[in-house]
Design a protein around this ligand. Sequence first.
Ligand code: GDP
Ligand code: MN
Length: 381
Amino acid sequence: MNIHEYQAKEILRAEGVPIPPGDVATTPEEVEAIARKLGGMVVVKAQVHVGGRGKAGGVKLAKTAEEAKDIASRILGMDIKGLTVEKVLVTTAADIASEAYVGIIVDRAAKKPVFMVSPAGGIDIEEVAATTPEKILKLPIDTRFGLTGYQANQLGYFLYSDPKQVKAAAKIMQGLYKAFMKSGCSLAEINPLVVTPAGDVVALDAKMVIDDNELDRLPDVVALRDESSEEPSEVLARKANLTFIKLDGDVGCVVNGAGLAMATMDLVKYYGGDPANFLDIGGSSNPEKVVNALKIITADSSVKAILFNIFGGITRTDDVANGIVTATKANPLKVPIVIRLTGTNEEIALKILQENGFSASSDMDEAVQKAVELAKGGKAA
Ligand code: GDP
Ligand code: MN
């Protein structure tokens, strides 16, 4: 789960990380009022779940409250990488002497959180990693001990030479680490962490990604979810208890079990197609899940063909068949459907489908190939 910059900043502030004051707004008038209250130069920042907002024109400086209002009226409603800006953060502008990068990610191979810091901040850290990897320090953390004082200083010295700034940075690292652990993050970063001309170390941007598996034990973090900023199909899927991830292709896949779903996507690729999604309806026998799955997939206009791939074990294929019939009666399909099912109650399922004008096969290769062809035909039409 992603949270917004202003939310991540609140969490970091609570851990003692120095962050310029500010507030969030949804209208230019609110922006003006906040800017007036802050006084002086402010930054108006688009709140969307995506990086690179600065380059996209979503981060702008304003000298006066009137200018902030004017800028806000342009940023609000703006499209940044497919996301509409509905909120902006208005914050006191800082003068920048240098920009550094500070981040923590979970390293799955090391099974540890790993700090990554670089004095070459502000820009894409991926680019720094690719061109000048020596400018990045990676430091794995043993969660039994947390970030030790020694390690925090080590990170600080990699960024700065002035002992005061090293000390300030070390304290910020501790705050970031605490926030990362408390909020169940898979990623937490500050980019840029700046030094002002006066020598203060301040966080100007913050990003946190929460590990979805942590959410059950963190109601306060769940409350930060902003559904209006999420992929609508993924919101629907979550509410229907389906495991769903939207992808860029045109073959809509409905599969039971994560392993079979992965194998199906591989096979779609193998036959020259592109899956539009990953969707696991799970192991239970529940026609309602099939109805919801079809609702989500048919709402996606890039889907040119639908592929069902069901292996009936605990899942009864006749339940799936009933789900398909119910869903398509309520909402007739506008794209072709290919159904492959085998296993528990296969004969009953085939009978239900045939009686309702669907054909089905039990051969996975054949079904996938057919779906890929149909999706291509749909594209050409
Ligand atoms: P991102 O592009 O989505 O990562 O958004 P950031 O919040 O990191 O802002 C992008 C860039 O805008 C930063 O790297 C800074 O160079 C600049 N910026 C952001 N806040 C301030 C500020 O308070 N003062 C100044 N002078 N520049 C800022
Ligand atoms: Mn940034």
